[in-house]
Design a protein around this ligand. Structure first.
Ligand SMILES: Cc1ncc(COP(=O)(O)O)c(C=O)c1O
Length: 476
């Protein structure tokens, strides 16, 4: 996309700035708010800002104030301009945002990886699966689309969640990440554009980059998606595909409501975009309350590809996920998969099938466990580091924490020396932004989390005194 090709209008920008206008002088408040939106990935770089008079009228300030704000942004490296081409957002010193990894010490507390322990009942399910295994051992052992009983069980669960589904629509994979990588290969050619949320699940970004996609972003915050902005992003970028996480979004925890789901599918249809909807944590509601039906319930022309997994609900060591799509796409996925791998393990599929038949008990147990850990983490943070800000997510595995200063990378480096590993915000951005954020997973037991917060508090105090990041890569 050419410089400044994407635009934001005055009214929409004024709304995104809105809450930050309590500082004086106004021009500085506006400048800081816009640079904050760029740093947080909520306004992508190369977005053309509105004409000064349009923003002035939307903010109800004088044009001189907006001129001064744009000048401040230009002087501080957030805005570039060319005569006749307007002004567009840039980053003063863009980091890579990539995740090359050094593994944490096994004795450290790892709050970077969001993986809960195995659910109670896994061992019994495994024993029963071994008994059933004999019946399969006489066969070929390859189930290219997935074992029929597992495809049935997954389809039945969609029906229970309000989405009519036939087993022929289910393609079994080795986990959600495998499913995402296959869909990037199915839906994108190198150079095609992919619209993702900012922040987003970092390993999906890895898959998109490997495929050579041109990544476009649209901001999401813990209180959700600005729908006008999201719909506008589809209209302006007309992406070939879009990867979204509407259920307990990773990392913000946001949950998209039913009307918003309908609006996203309609916007994708108008733009000719295929939607990859990642529901990896959709079954991990913590608080009670109705959860909307899957996004695909609004789809009538096969543009929604839904990704699911048992990794977070049952256990990450069960490498079973799936894609829900149309039967012809299931066949195309199989052809793509066979370039690298033939079929998922029979034993894992049998275990997953068994556990799916007990899903309501398991959901309730997971929810109790996660509530305890989430509430311990949030209480400890409020007590020990009250200046950190967050919205408590209603489900999922992670807390997205806002820091008063842009020190996430330096803090993560310091925290490692205190034996704890948070995930710094920039990992989840496509552009090296998000230094004001940390992602903390609450999959460890409450007492471990309380200890982790003590260590984080010490590391944070140290970081404020000695903020310069020591450069080496972090594992999440
Ligand atoms: C949003 C999201 N998608 C996909 C995955 C990968 O899941 P799996 O272990 O099933 O490959 C994760 C794991 O953290 C995730 O959070």
């Amino acid at each position: 996309m050419a410089i400044g090709e994407r635009r934001i209008n005055g009214r929409l920008l004024a709304r995104l700035i809105g809450a930050h206008m309590d500082e004086r002088p106004y021009y500085l408040a506006i400048g800081r708010a816009i640079s904050g939106l760029v740093l947080d990935g909520r306004i992508p770089t190369h977005t053309r800002l509105p004409a000064e008079r349009d923003l002035a009228s939307a903010l109800k300030v004088s044009r001189n104030t907006v001129t001064a704000a744009y000048t401040w942004l230009r002087e501080n490296g957030y805005l570039d301009s060319r005569q006749g081409a307007g002004s567009w957002t840039v980053l003063p010193d863009a980091g890579s945002g990539s995740t090359v990894l050094s593994m944490p010490n096994a004795e450290h507390i790892d709050l970077g990886v969001a993986a809960p322990p195995a659910i109670e009942g896994l061992q019994d399910a495994a024993r029963l699966a071994v008994d059933q295994f004999a019946a399969h051992a006489g066969g070929l052992g390859y189930a290219p689309y997935g074992l029929p009983e597992l495809r049935h069980a997954v389809a039945r669960r969609y029906v229970e969640r309000g989405l009519a589904t036939d087993p022929e629509q289910i393609f079994v994979t080795n986990g959600a990440q495998h499913a995402i990588a296959l869909l990037m290969d199915l839906l994108l050619d190198p150079g095609d554009s992919l619209l993702v949320e900012s922040p987003t699940y970092h390993h999906a970004l890895d898959s998109a980059r490997r495929r050579g996609a041109r990544i476009r972003t649209v901001g999401v915050a813990p209180d959700g998606w600005d729908m006008e902005y999201l719909v506008d992003a589809f209209r302006q970028t007309k992406p070939r595909a879009s990867y979204l996480i509407p259920d307990f979004h990773n990392p913000t925890g946001a949950l998209m409501d039913d009307d918003e789901r309908a609006a996203v599918v309609a916007a994708a249809r108008r733009a000719g975009t295929s939607l990859i909807v990642d529901e990896s944590v959709a079954e991990l509601a913590i608080d009670s309350g109705d959860q909307p039906a899957p996004v695909a319930a609004h789809d009538f022309d096969g543009r929604v590809f839904t990704v699911g997994s048992v990794a977070k609900l049952f256990w990450g060591g069960l490498r079973i996920g799936w894609i829900r799509t149309t039967p012809p796409m299931v066949s195309r996925l199989m052809a793509i998969r066979q370039r690298v791998d033939m079929s998922s393990p029979i034993l894992d599929q049998l275990i997953a099938t068994r556990l799916l038949s007990d899903i309501m008990r398991i959901r309730a147990e997971r929810s109790r466990q996660l509530r305890r850990s989430r509430d311990t983490l949030t209480a400890a943070l409020r007590e020990r580091i009250p200046e950190w800000r967050f919205s408590t997510p209603g489900g999922g595995l992670v807390l997205w924490v806002g820091l008063p200063r842009p020190v996430a990378t330096a803090l993560s480096e310091n925290a490692a020396r205190h034996g704890v590993h948070p995930a710094p915000g920039p990992v989840f951005g496509a552009e090296g932004t998000l230094e004001h954020y940390l992602r903390l997973s609450y999959t460890r037991p409450p007492e471990v989390l309380a200890d982790a917060v003590d260590r984080l508090a010490d590391a944070y105090a140290e970081t404020l005194i000695r903020p310069a990041p020591l450069r080496h890569d972090l594992y999440v």
